[in-house]
Design a protein around this ligand. Structure first.
Ligand code: C5P
Length: 225
């Protein structure tokens, strides 16, 4: 059963968490909120019983990324992200970091489509590039990858040990916002370890109810809290 991961990309979205204590959601904090609230927010979320996902997508020279991830690993963070395009020299040393943080590699953002391969002057298709990057994640012993629904089945087949984190999930596929490779919950239920959802929940009329409906769809019955 995948875990619902709430993408908190503004401070207002934090309000919903007061009403979701005790529910099995992962809270994903992006740079917009982390830069203002920092590690004390992550600590408070852990105290409230949530799993915490720090989504800052690190991509820099190997020494800088290693030291940055070491700092994060000292905090009680369940998941964090690095860009797989940082390459093996950046990724490989991360396996020696002690701690229980799952290091997740971002393949190609779900806001990109095939035209991004032209931009990169790559002869690979987008799907092949994502699979190649997943193989790098596997080789460097990362815990998982961020990918779209379109690549997730192939990744699970080839690298069953990698967790699949899938953003770009919509209740209605017409509402893409800035995402390009979108899918519905039903389309990823069998293949996602973490289903990442932000705007589809927070722009809905009743975000708490939408979250509860999604939790029921994912599996299990959740009463009102
Ligand atoms: O609002 P929406 O559901 O599109 O939000 C998706 C979330 O997932 C955002 O927080 C975004 O930063 C993150 N994300 C993504 N694509 C990736 C990795 C993370 O959309 N490849």
């Amino acid at each position: 059963m995948p875990k619902l991961t709430l993408a908190i990309d503004d401070k207002q979205s934090l309000n919903i968490l007061k009403e979701l204590k005790g529910f099995p959601v992962v809270v994903k904090i992006g740079p917009i909120v982390f830069l203002e609230e920092g590690f004390p927010l992550l600590k408070a979320l852990k105290q409230d019983g949530f799993e915490v996902f720090l989504d800052l997508k690190f991509h820099d020279i190997p020494n800088t990324v290693l030291k940055t991830v070491e700092v994060c690993a000292k905090h009680d963070i369940d998941y964090l992200t690095v860009h797989l395009l940082g390459g093996e020299n950046m990724l490989s040393p991360l396996k020696d970091i002690k701690g229980k943080t799952n290091i997740i590699g971002v393949t190609i953002l779900t806001s990109h489509d095939e035209s991004y391969m032209e931009f990169l002057h790559s002869s690979y298709s987008l799907e092949d590039m994502v699979l190649h990057l997943a193989s790098v994640a596997h080789k460097c012993n990362l815990s998982g990858v961020v990918c779209s629904s379109f690549e997730a089945f192939n990744i699970k087949n080839k690298f069953p040990n990698l967790k699949t984190v899938i953003p770009g999930i919509r209740l209605n596929k017409d509402e893409k916002d800035d995402q390009k490779r979108v899918a519905t919950i039903e389309e990823v239920l069998q293949v996602a370890d973490l289903i990442v959802m932000g705007r589809a929940i927070f722009k809905s009329e009743n975000p708490k109810q939408t979250t509860l409906d999604i939790l029921s769809k994912i599996g299990g019955t959740y009463g009102n809290c």
